[in-house]
Design a protein around this ligand. Sequence first.
Ligand code: NAP
Length: 319
Amino acid sequence: MSEMQYRRCGKSGVLLPEISLGLWHNFGEGAEYSVCRGMIARALELGICHFDLADNYGPPPGSAERCFGQLLKNDFASHRDEMFISTKAGHLMWPGPYGDWGSRKHLLAGLDQSLRRMQLDYVDVFYSHRPDPQTPLEETIGALVHAVRSGKALYVGLSKYPPALFNRACEMLREEKVPCLLHQFRYNMLDRSCEKAVLPEVDEQQTGAIVFSPLAQGMLTGKYLNGVQSGTRAADASSVFLDADKVAADNARVAALQQIAEQAGMPLTELALRWLLRREEITSVLIGARTVAQLEQCAAAAGQAPLPEDVLAAIDAVE
Ligand SMILES: NC(=O)c1ccc[n+]([C@@H]2O[C@H](COP(=O)([O-])OP(=O)(O)OC[C@H]3O[C@@H](n4cnc5c(N)ncnc54)[C@H](OP(=O)(O)O)[C@@H]3O)[C@@H](O)[C@H]2O)c1
């Protein structure tokens, strides 16, 4: 296996591994504790030291942070300083007017709840999980700044902010001397929409960039080319963003990409991740994994040579 490589997060002092592990799925109440422990242990062995959480990860919401908190306490407490841990607030968490979106009230209560669930004094990054069209940007940014000034987060990040808003938010954060460390957004071979404006804006703002769903939630492993098998995310009723219809709609493009991977002599999973790492604006590629074996297959994409030009051109030609 190739060695993990680390990339600098924009102009900051922080390095992140080329492959990071997200806990959106597979660490909730249905997950087996020993499997979760095995994945965190193997991740650390492989140099995957960045773990991405959010208050609503589970299911149910909150349970991934609780699981991670137990793991930290029981098995990994002595590794805290080797780990870079993020969380987010901004999606629905509790009933009533303060349980959602980007107010100071929601974000700071959400951060406190996350810290309690994870049994941590601070997180390394606290994100605004999504922009809030109703709350003044100044208020959301003020809450992020407060999170850092109060010592509950070392850095702040923004997730899913459209380019113009991202630009303004970065300027406000810079004025407060709490620069945006990271922008988090979706990017994969089936969804290249960030290439037009989001990636150029990240470059302009000189922040880090961490991209989620790099395998299109598993589709870019080729696992759905012969239909949806049980035990996969598309077969899981609690997974609302991937189902048999979505899989069927994308399978022709996945089949074409699978052929390119075969010709290039590598698994589609590796092609998908190495393709993302070709862009120097990208600091880290944020994968999800259900098993240690999946984690290892993803980690194999780190530290590899750039993909050849003819492979990149073949991928560009897939429509
Ligand atoms: N900011 C945001 O709004 C936002 C949104 C989405 C995600 N995220 C972050 O990004 C992280 C990753 O997103 P994601 O889970 O969608 O990423 P992904 O890497 O595209 O999909 C992960 C899933 O693909 C399957 N998989 C992974 N490796 C595989 C392999 N080698 N062989 C076969 N199947 C494999 C597994 O699903 P099954 O085995 O279950 O089929 C796994 O759970 C999340 O955990 C979260 O931290 C953030």
